[in-house]
Design a protein around this ligand. Structure first.
Ligand code: ARG
Length: 596
């Protein structure tokens, strides 16, 4: 093992113990060892635990070999190869194997982290497409899309940090029959639209007006249908009108993305028009389409169970299913993605399952080389436990929500009289950091598969697992080296001049071990895509850090407040803590400020 790398300790131990199992019991070769980290507060059970012996005893018994889990555990321990990471191993209780980390290893790993920065653990590079945010043109981008935007952005950042090639795709709902009425209405309201951009202003109101006409006026409805046909046929004027409508929405969306620091490439449903025609032909050529009451449908399963996909409507038009079939094909065959991640609310689970199963049936998706995940999430609720709405019962406008966040964050800072210490610029930076940080963090720190209650009061609390607590803690950690009276800008220089990180104090050792779990956390999230684990990890770092800071002097002062001793090794540990936290913050979209 190269110790000058950030490695996932859990993965390393899995390999080590898997080999030991195979050596001790050749008949069990290939059985993967079960390793779990031990809670830092239960250090007497070691730092990691191998719990394989119990289940192996059952397997052996079934094969006619009677051995107690304790005996098995002892045999495994005897066969564990030397590793620079492992200090001691011991068998405990019914057959648990406690693994204690080697301090020398941790010292070297922290040293490397300080010299080279926080590097990701090695992994196989993949081309990954993340479909996220994906609001619909001319409709409000709602809190569900906000969740998708926040979660999707963090997933992209995490996968990019691990070195993957990530395609960030905004699958905009910019196609479909509703555009017919919008175009027809645009032609009437702004007859000069071909020569100048129409001042639509409020697209929602515009949508409502056109919908009203569509529902009440037969002649208008007919025209609207005709506009769709023209648009899908590529007619220049209709395309121009459509583009102008899309522009208004896109600009609105972009403002939200800019505020939240989110990057996305728009590849909307409209992009697939020609590919939808192609995919229909392709599916027909494979005999996968069935006539059903004038529609063309496709079953995701050969057994024709569940809900079929509607590939072509009775009027010849395409559907959400068609565009997703064309999109999955494009993504796998042309964009060459190996892994598709759809960050979409839980309500669309059946739809997405249908899409990849149908794609598999059609030979587009190959589970041997491709992977598809639905990163689902629950609905956003208001504090009353009902669907998140404004007081008057309307959908909440995201820009209003972000504005309220800014206002609430400022109130919070003023309540703490931060305006007396910070310059106006610093106050503004702190305000934005807290406002956007708390909105993102509140979302990410909950298990995404659950519903989640949106509450500014809760997210702005400065105690507990909140963005505000973490941002304060981070700033405090960073200020330690700044206020120690020595220059800590060049960490390698300090290390070279003989400063040792010895992790002698129990709390130093605990902090170091916590920091070295970072690669484990990343590897776990890259598998289950559950980001709340990263939030819990940040919170753990901060609480373990305060234990360390309360027990270990970094700087000693005399009665008159003069610095009499600087413990450089400990300050380096503070710097390592800050570095790991900063990387976590980046993934979570938190922007720490130097003063808060
Ligand atoms: N526009 C859809 C909606 O607002 C989400 C699209 C998700 N992505 C996809 N490939 N279906 O519900």
């Amino acid at each position: 093992v190269a110790v000058n790398e950030m490695i996932s300790i859990t993965e390393h131990l899995v390999d080590l113990f898997t080999n030991a199992i195979a050596l001790a019991f050749p008949e069990l070769a290939g059985t993967q060892a079960i390793i779990s980290p031990v809670n830092a507060n239960a250090a007497k059970f070691g730092d990691y635990q191998c719990n394989s012996a119990m289940s192996l005893a059952k397997t052996l018994k079934a094969a006619g070999v009677n051995k107690s889990p304790r005996d098995i555990a002892n045999e495994i321990v005897k066969n564990v190869a030397q590793s620079p990471l492992v200090g001691k191993t011991e068998v405990a209780g019914a057959g648990f194997i406690n693994v204690f980390l080697q301090k020398d290893y941790a010292v070297r790993a922290i040293d490397t982290l300080l010299r080279k920065g926080v590097n990701p653990p090695a992994c196989r590079k993949q081309r990954i497409l993340v479909d996220f945010s994906s609001p619909n043109i001319a409709k409000q981008m709602h809190v569900g899309h906000l969740r998708s935007t926040i979660i999707g952005e963090s997933i992209c950042r995490l996968l990019e940090f691990l070195g993957h090639d990530v395609l960030r795709v905004n699958h905009l709902g910019d196609w479909g029959t509703q555009f017919g009425m919008l175009i027809a209405h645009l032609e009437d309201r702004f007859p000069n639209f071909l020569n100048e951009s129409p001042p639509i202003g409020d697209l929602q109101a515009f949508y409502k007006e056109s919908k009203k006409r569509f529902d009440e006026d037969e002649a208008f409805k007919k025209r609207a249908y005709n506009c769709v046909v023209l648009l899908q046929g590529g007619d220049a004027n209709s395309t121009k009108a459509w583009n102008q409508i899309c522009d208004v929405s896109r600009q609105e969306f972009q403002k939200i993305y800019d505020r939240l620091d989110v990057t996305l490439e728009p590849i909307g449903e409209s992009f697939y028009q020609s590919r939808m025609i192609e995919v229909v032909k392709y599916l027909a050529s494979k005999n996968l389409l069935e006539e059903d009451d004038g529609r063309k449908i496709m079953w995701a399963d050969e057994s024709s169970s569940g809900i079929p996909l509607t590939i072509v409507k009775s009027d010849g038009g395409f559907t959400y299913d068609t565009s997703d079939m064309a999109a999955i094909r494009y993504r796998l065959e042309e964009q060459k993605a190996e892994w598709l991640i759809y960050v979409v609310d839980s309500g669309q689970s059946t739809h997405l399952q249908n899409i990849y199963r149908a794609a598999e049936r059609a030979g587009i998706f190959n589970p041997k080389i491709h992977r598809a995940d639905h990163v689902n999430f629950g609905v956003v609720l208001g504090e009353d436990g009902k669907k998140f709405k404004t007081r008057s019962g309307e959908t909440v406008k995201l820009s209003d929500l972000l504005d309220e966040g800014l206002k609430r964050a400022l109130d919070k800072l003023l309540e703490k009289e931060r305006d007396k210490v910070l310059t106006p610029e610093e106050l503004k930076a702190a305000q934005e950091s807290v406002a956007y940080g708390c909105i993102k963090y509140a979302d990410l720190s909950h298990n995404r598969t659950n519903e989640y209650v949106f509450s500014f009061d809760k997210m702005l609390e400065d105690r507990g697992n909140t963005a505000v607590y973490l941002l304060y803690a981070f700033t405090r950690i960073c200020s330690i080296s700044r206020n120690c009276g020595e220059d800590f800008s060049d960490l390698a220089k300090i290390l070279d001049s003989g400063t040792a990180i010895d992790l002698a104090h129990e709390k130093e050792w605990k902090l170091a071990k916590t920091l070295l779990k970072f690669p484990d956390v990343l590897v776990k999230i890259s598998k289950d895509l559950l980001l709340h684990t990263l939030c819990e990890f940040c919170y753990e770092i901060c609480t373990v850090f305060s234990e360390f800071y309360d027990n270990c002097y970094c700087i000693e002062k005399n009665k008159s407040g003069e610095i009499v001793k600087v413990n450089r090794g400990r300050i380096l540990l503070c710097e390592a803590t800050a570095a790991v936290l900063k990387q976590c913050f980046y993934i979570l979209g938190l922007k720490p400020v130097s003063k808060i």
